[in-house]
Design a protein around this ligand. Structure first.
Ligand SMILES: Nc1ncnc2c1ncn2[C@@H]1O[C@H](COP(=O)(O)OP(=O)(O)OP(=O)(O)O)[C@@H](O)[C@H]1O
Length: 230
């Protein structure tokens, strides 16, 4: 079965615990390459090009396909440096002034600028959990990726910080293609337009979110969304 991830939309990956959502997400920017014994079959194409191909530059792939993890993981550096790091190592800025413009723009886009503009030199780890996660999103978008992968990005946050992240995901899809793993079906229904249901390492069904939740085609999907399994 083929999963097409449409651009400028949010695709949610749902399914019972342990069904392989995170593993699948990590295939999309080849993060599983680092796991001994991991083996990938099938084909994953980004803009028509097989990302498992031998000529793919994995570091470049990861700038095109950024990632945000469940637990906010800012670098032990200042707020500014957290966001500046990627653009600097990829040579996206030619001067400190250009770098500042990129950092401000990423922080604005992540909905964090007003809260941190007076503390850019403070450690990123001193921010609240929700702010740290938005900092990680700013860090991910600072290199202008095409795709943003998010692995349960709000799972470690309180309800207010969660709703800020959900609103942000909705804003970001204008500029990025987003794939989100979520444990919460309510969250998938709120934030995504496209949903894929996985079970036991297999893609069972994929479609418009409204259809998956109202009229699933597969019994397995129906059992999951009605709470009979999972
Ligand atoms: N297609 C697959 N083939 C073989 N093993 C797999 C496959 N997908 C996942 N696994 C293994 O199953 C386990 C659970 O996978 P994973 O963490 O990706 O699931 P998950 O759906 O994200 O779980 P959770 O919802 O609990 O976070 C891992 O040990 C992973 O290596």
């Amino acid at each position: 079965m083929c999963l097409e991830i449409p651009s400028n939309r949010v695709t949610a990956l749902i399914g019972p615990s342990g069904c392989g959502k995170t593993t699948f997400l990590r295939c999309l920017n080849r993060l599983n390459d680092t796991i001994p014994g991991a083996r990938v079959t099938g084909t994953i194409r980004l803009d028509g090009v097989d990302i498992m191909g031998q000529y793919i530059d994995v570091a470049e792939l990861r700038t095109r396909v950024g990632m945000v993890f469940q637990k906010p993981n800012p670098f032990p550096k200042s707020v500014f440096e957290n966001v500046a790091y990627g653009p600097r190592i990829h040579g996206l800025a030619h001067s400190r002034a250009e770098l500042s413009v990129i950092v401000e723009s990423a922080l604005r886009h992540a909905g964090l600028w007003d809260e941190v503009k007076d503390r850019l030199a403070s450690p990123g780890t001193a921010l609240s959990g929700g702010q740290q996660q938005r900092l990680c999103i700013a860090r991910a978008i600072a290199t202008q990726p095409e795709v943003l992968l998010m692995d349960e990005p709000a799972a470690a946050l309180d309800p207010i910080a969660t709703s800020l992240i959900e609103a942000l995901i909705d804003d970001l899809r204008e500029s990025y293609t987003i794939v989100v793993v979520t444990h919460s079906m309510q969250q998938a229904a709120r934030i995504s337009q496209h949903t894929a249901f996985l079970d036991h390492g297999r893609l069972v069904e994929v479609g418009e979110t409204t259809e998956i939740f109202s009229t699933p085609r597969e019994k397995q999907t129906e059992d999951y969304i009605t709470g009979k399994i999972g």
